[in-house]
Ligand binder design. Sequence first.
Ligand SMILES: Cc1ncc(COP(=O)(O)O)c(C=O)c1O
Length: 439
Amino acid sequence: MSESMEVTTAPKPGNAEWQSRKDAAFPRAVGNLAPVFIEHAKNAEMWDVEGQRYVDFASGIAVCSTGHANPKVTAAVGEQLQRFSHTCLGITPYGSAVELAEKLNELAPGTTPKKTMFVTTGAEAVENCVKIARAHTRRRGIIAFNGGFHGRTLLATGLTGKTAPYKNMFGPFPGEIYHVPFPVAYHGVTLEHTLNALETLFKVEIAPTDVAAIIVEPVQGEGGFYPASNEFLQALRKLCDEHGIVLIADEIQCGFARTGKFFCCEYAGVEPDLMTVAKGVAGGFPLAAVVGKAEIMEAPLPGGLGGTYAGSPIGCAAALAVIDIIAGENLLERANQIGALFALRLSKLQQQYPDVIGDVRARRGAMIAMELVKNGDADQPDPDLAKALVTSAWQGGLILLSCGVRSNVIRFLPALTISDDLINEGMDTVARCLNRLLT
Ligand SMILES: Cc1ncc(COP(=O)(O)O)c(C=O)c1O
């Protein structure tokens, strides 16, 4: 090759360079868990820009439940992209959105006829639930739970029951939001406490006849992976029926097959009035929905709901593929098998470190957690250990997430298409890291 034809390629940036450029380009509030910049990902594995491989126990926070770059999702999206990417559902709609709404109406728990509306993110779905509930009831109050997480828009932040880092400095929040304790047996909060708190709220703060909705996560996600008991959800259903209050199930993290049922409130046999859907619904594409009882969904005026990208054709194509994959690959059953394998591995770890792993929660499919404490005491959370474990895990090739009001819970959210081998590999890393941190 002659000198003039020589091609010099600049070295590609590595993780450290991308991180320092990101720190310079983004505000600190938009943080990232690990300075790991992904180059490509496949099913439950990811590779960074330096070629390092990671087992993924996070799935982009419960989003890629059908695995990264699932070929069926990629094919459906590719086919849609060839035809068009956006026309706006509110201008000139397309059949895939109708088909998806029909499927969600069918899949939603309960026998009452349903209707669906689309938005782009989970927080928007939550906001729309509040709008619909208020339009239906013509009431103002919304009740949410301590430790609940409902998103980062201002109303959703107001509904969220955890201050740092979500609420600090962002107030004042929209009014008429009331929080009550979420029953968590491990922390001594019983269903009776919660029901008493609601009774007191109705006497002291807001009459039940002024309450538009109660919003609840069937498994609290960000708050610490605490499942709502069947009795709790049934009691809320009864209370809402008694007072004409709209029951909103926020299924954004726990829905769409994650817990071994299509929607988690099916465990309690409870039919919510409105339900949020996001994250896992579209295999990594931004799509969210409100699915609810048709009569309630009809309350807002024509044009009162929607958005430019609401129900994007790309998201709809992806979601239709995801629904087929869940059915075709029996991912509901697989979610339960995954939960059982994690339960086995975590209970062994708990036997080894009984003072450190205070609680293992693996009763709801592939929505699994362990709570880290000091001296085996639920009231002595160990957020430092949780943080150290997350760091040591990614350094060892495993992406792990923490959560919890006390920031001391490790949550496991693998793809429902993950193999047992990868689960065991990831859990070996967890065991190795804990061992290193505790000895
Ligand atoms: C239960 C729940 N609700 C709402 C949201 C907000 O969803 P998004 O981040 O898509 O706005 C989340 C996100 O983690 C969630 O877990």
